[in-house]
Design a protein around this ligand. Structure first.
Ligand code: PRP
Length: 187
C-alpha cells in the first residue's frame, strides 16, 4: 500500500518509498566501499525483526558485496506508541559471529535502548567488527552511546509508520514513511 491508501490515518508523509530506496542504495554504495577487501568471509547483516525487514531487503539487494542475512528479535515496545523499557531476546542468531564483520540493520533508532543492548550483546561474542546501519533516526537517539555509522534519514520525534514500522501490527507494508495521525491511537 502507499500513502494514498491510508491518507486519512496520516497527518503527513515524510518520505515516499522511491526516495527511501534511493537513500538506502547510496548507503549500500558506501558500505561496499568500506568493506571492500576487508575479509575473506562474507559480511554478516543482522536485521532486527520485525521492522527491519524492508530495509534489509532493499539494502542487501543494493549491495555488490557478498553478505549473509541473519535476524534477531528483541522486544522493546508493546503495542502502544512508547517504549516499555523492558528488553529481551525473542530470537537469537543462528551462526557464530566470532571473528566476523557484523553490520546491524535497523529500521529506526528512537531512544537507542534496543541498539545499546544489542551492541553490548553482539560485542561479547568476539566479532571482528560491529557497525550499525539504520533507515531512520529520531532526535532522542543522539543520547545513545552507540556510534551509528550509516544513517538514512534523521527524522522528527513524531510517531511514524511505514517502510517496516508499525502501529499495533499495521502499516508495515506501507511503502512510504508517514506520521501517524494521533486520532488513530487515541480512538
Ligand atoms: C522498534 C525498532 C527498533 C526499536 C527502536 O522495534 O525496530 O528495533 O523499536 O527503539 P529504541 O531505539 O527506543 O529502542 P520494536 O520493538 O517496535 O519491534 P518491531 O520492529 O517488531 O516493530
Amino acid at each position: 500500500m502507499d500513502s494514498a491508501d491510508v491518507i486519512s490515518d496520516l497527518s503527513r508523509v515524510l518520505y515516499q518509498g522511491p526516495e527511501i530506496q534511493r537513500q538506502i542504495a547510496r548507503l549500500a554504495a558506501q558500505i561496499d566501499d568500506d568493506y571492500a577487501g576487508l575479509s575473506e568471509q562474507d559480511l554478516i547483516l543482522v536485521g532486527v525483526l520485525n521492522g527491519a525487514v524492508m530495509v534489509m531487503a532493499d539494502l542487501s539487494r543494493s549491495l555488490k558485496t557478498h553478505c549473509q542475512m541473519e535476524w534477531m528479535a528483541i522486544s522493546s515496545y508493546g503495542s502502544g506508541t512508547t517504549s516499555s523499557g523492558v528488553l529481551r531476546i525473542l530470537k537469537d542468531l543462528s551462526v557464530d559471529i566470532a571473528g566476523r564483520h557484523v553490520l546491524v540493520v535497523e529500521d529506526i533508532i528512537d531512544t537507542g535502548l534496543t541498539l545499546s543492548y544489542l551492541i553490548d550483546n553482539l560485542r561479547s561474542r568476539g566479532p571482528a567488527s560491529v557497525e550499525v546501519m539504520t533507515a531512520f533516526r529520531k532526535p532522542e537517539a543522539s543520547k545513545c552511546p552507540v556510534d551509528v555509522k550509516y544513517v538514512g534519514f534523521d527524522i522528527p520525534a513524531d510517531f511514524v509508520v511505514g517502510y517496516g514500522l508499525d502501529y499495533a501490527g499495521r502499516y508495515r507494508n506501507l511503502t512510504d514513511l508517514g506520521v501517524l495521525d494521533p486520532k488513530v491511537y487515541t480512538r
